[in-house]
Write a protein that binds this ligand. Structure first.
Ligand SMILES: CC(=O)N[C@H]1[C@@H](OP(=O)(O)OP(=O)(O)OC[C@H]2O[C@@H](n3ccc(=O)[nH]c3=O)[C@H](O)[C@@H]2O)O[C@H](CO)[C@@H](O)[C@@H]1O[C@H](C)C(=O)N[C@@H](C)C(=O)N[C@H](CCC(=O)O)C(=O)O
Ligand SMILES: Nc1ncnc2c1ncn2[C@@H]1O[C@H](COP(=O)(O)OP(=O)(O)OP(=O)(O)O)[C@@H](O)[C@H]1O
Length: 506
């Protein structure tokens, strides 16, 4: 199987392998090779590449060196356990103890430190990274040619490329920066996941501005506990990774981070925290957007509009305005650019087929996000609120019962269903969600329905909708597939919801 990998720059000056060996402090290989690219994935190798054969949790990249050599790799970087397999190809091999920890700096060298000329704004937090990145990009666009890197897509100017993950691996990221540089991009808004920080994906980057939105329990399959999760996020707020932190003072972990960060920080609050440097005041939450005044430390007063509904999007918008002000943009110009963002794919995205009620698709797939979005929609719903929701298989199991409970407590109809069960039995996942729903006292919970089939669940919610109601289909947002037993079948909530509505409209 081949995989094209992300785009690569056209112009790269070759770096002698010996120079890279020197940078690593590794033994110099006897062969002279000239390196013009680097990848950690054998399927994405291009002629002239250094192939980084990494030890992983499941596999070892050294098992794929033959493929890498066949595709034109001219040298291999690996750890001691991969050295013998790599040498068997006859290619020169660089051996270091932890190649994953070194490949970011090598990629930066090979592509000529492409991030240095870019204004880089990195966004982290459990919820709101994608949304804030789009808003930051909208503000940046007012004065600069922009790029965007995140969960939904990567954008180089107007070109859009589907993302493999939230934060690309370091080899891909540096190549992407080099492409951006070639195409005249001046500023980039980028999501930085905790996985990325732990796995060295942003090694070789120093963000001009690092934004922290919030932290709530999530990814407990990857982080041992909340402390470990916090520590991962906190790495972004050190001089090695950023120059200035923009931190949410409404979040308890944000307040801790503001105290413990080793870079200068400015704080913001959408909830009136008295010590915050920047605050949102006069907030008017409308059905599909919100307006407010951003008040700055020097008495600045900026008229801002969140182009998305819900109080949490006031916080995301405020984060974006403050980040852009901290980056030196005129905050009013930045806020106007943010207000003009047409929406964020799969984030409170409206589906309109002429029905007399509101129908939205949202990426909420974590307990906090589900609670926030249901509370936000409750405020703008005159009638009843119906939610369709599932939990992924082979991922954090601890959130299943709380998500079932949140859906039951905060909606009138909770239709529990499948959401990428992967290798797990969908009914077993549903049983845990149902236990959570059942833990809510009867007088505090709405109707709870179970449908293993997601399309049937969406139809059931739509079937209950009356004028003035809201139907929320949560979990998948922009995603376009459903992974059942390792087979990904096409499934787009927006399309299935539209078709279900059209059926009832007759
Ligand atoms: C926990 C985690 O993030 N693991 C990532 C890590 O896996 P790993 O080191 O265990 O690698 P492995 O699968 O054992 O393979 C070992 C090596 O062999 C290589 N290989 C493998 C097969 C092959 O044919 N050729 C080949 O070269 C792989 O590229 C890898 O370098 O390195 C792999 C190579 O890049 C990633 O694909 C993999 O991401 C997994 C699939 C993943 O799903 N990660 C998610 C959880 C993630 O990173 N999520 C965050 C967002 C979280 C959020 O905020 O919601 C993200 O930033 O996307
Ligand atoms: N600041 C916020 N606080 C709480 N919930 C939020 C916030 N921003 C967005 N959400 C909710 O979380 C969902 C995901 O938002 P978004 O994609 O912007 O976050 P993310 O951090 O990129 O998520 P992920 O890590 O899952 O990709 C939204 O669809 C919305 O329901």
């Amino acid at each position: 199987m081949t995989y094209p990998g992300p785009p690569r720059p056209v112009q790269v000056s070759a770096t002698p392998l010996a120079e890279l060996a020197d940078q690593l402090g590794a033994a110099a290989p006897d062969a002279a090779a000239e390196i013009t690219g680097i990848t950690h994935d054998s399927r994405a190798v291009r002629p002239g590449d250094l192939y980084a054969a990494l030890p992983g949790a499941r596999l070892h990249g050294a098992d794929f060196v033959t493929q890498a050599a066949g595709l034109g790799a001219v040298a291999v970087l690996t750890d001691p356990t991969g050295a013998e397999r790599a040498a068997a190809t006859g290619l020169p091999v660089l051996v270091v103890d932890d190649p994953r920890a070194r490949m970011g700096e090598l990629a930066a060298t090979i592509y000529g430190h492409p991030g240095r000329g870019l204004l880089q704004i990195g966004i982290t937090g459990t919820s709101g990274k994608t949304t804030t990145a789009y808003l930051v990009e909208g503000g940046l666009k007012t004065t600069r040619d922009t790029g965007l890197i995140g969960t939904v897509e990567m954008r180089i100017g107007e070109e859009r490329i589907k993302s493999e993950r939230t934060t690309p691996e370091a080899t891909d990221l540096q190549a992407l920066f080099a492409v951006m540089r070639e195409r005249g991009v001046e500023a980039v808004a980028m999501e930085v996941s905790s996985h990325a920080l732990v796995l060295g994906r942003v090694d070789g980057c120093v963000f001009d501005i690092a934004v922290f939105n919030n932290l709530s329990p999530e990814h407990m399959e990857f982080h041992s506990d909340m402390e470990d999760y916090f520590r991962a996020k906190a790495q972004l707020f050190t001089p090695k990774r950023s120059r200035l932190g923009v931190i949410n003072a409404d979040d308890e972990y944000g307040r801790r981070l503001a105290r413990e960060a080793t870079v200068p920080v400015v704080t913001f609050s959408a909830e009136g925290h008295p010590d915050a440097d920047w605050r949102a005041e006069d907030v008017q939450v409308g059905p599909m957007d919100s307006t407010f005044t951003v008040v700055g430390p020097e008495g600045e007063r900026i008229h801002a509009k969140s182009p998305l509904p819900g109080p949490f999007n006031v916080a995301n918008t405020l984060a974006a305005v403050v980040a852009l002000a901290a980056a030196g943009l005129d905050p009013q110009v930045a806020a106007d650019g943010i207000a003009a963002v047409p929406g964020v794919p799969g984030r409170l995205e409206r589906v309109d087929a002429g029905q007399p009620y509101l129908a939205v698709v949202d990426y909420a797939h974590k307990t906090d996000a589900v609670e926030s979005v249901l509370k936000a929609l409750r405020k703008v719903t005159k009638g009843r609120l119906h939610v369709v929701l599932g939990c992924g298989g082979d991922r954090d199991r601890t959130k299943r019962a709380p998500m079932g409970a949140a859906a039951a407590r905060l909606s009138d109809t909770a239709v529990l269903t499948s959401d990428n069960p992967r290798s797990e039995d969908p009914l077993a996942i549903l049983a845990t969600m149902l236990q959570g729903a059942a833990s809510v006292p009867a007088h505090e919970r709405g109707e709870v329905l179970l449908f293993e089939d997601r399309a049937a669940a969406i139809e059931a919610a739509v079937g209950r909708a009356q004028p003035g109601d809201t139907v929320l289909v949560a979990g998948k947002g922009h995603e376009q597939g459903q992974d059942i037993a390792g087979v990904v079948r096409p499934f787009d909530d927006r399309q299935v919801l539209r078709e279900a509505i059209q059926k009832t409209q007759g």
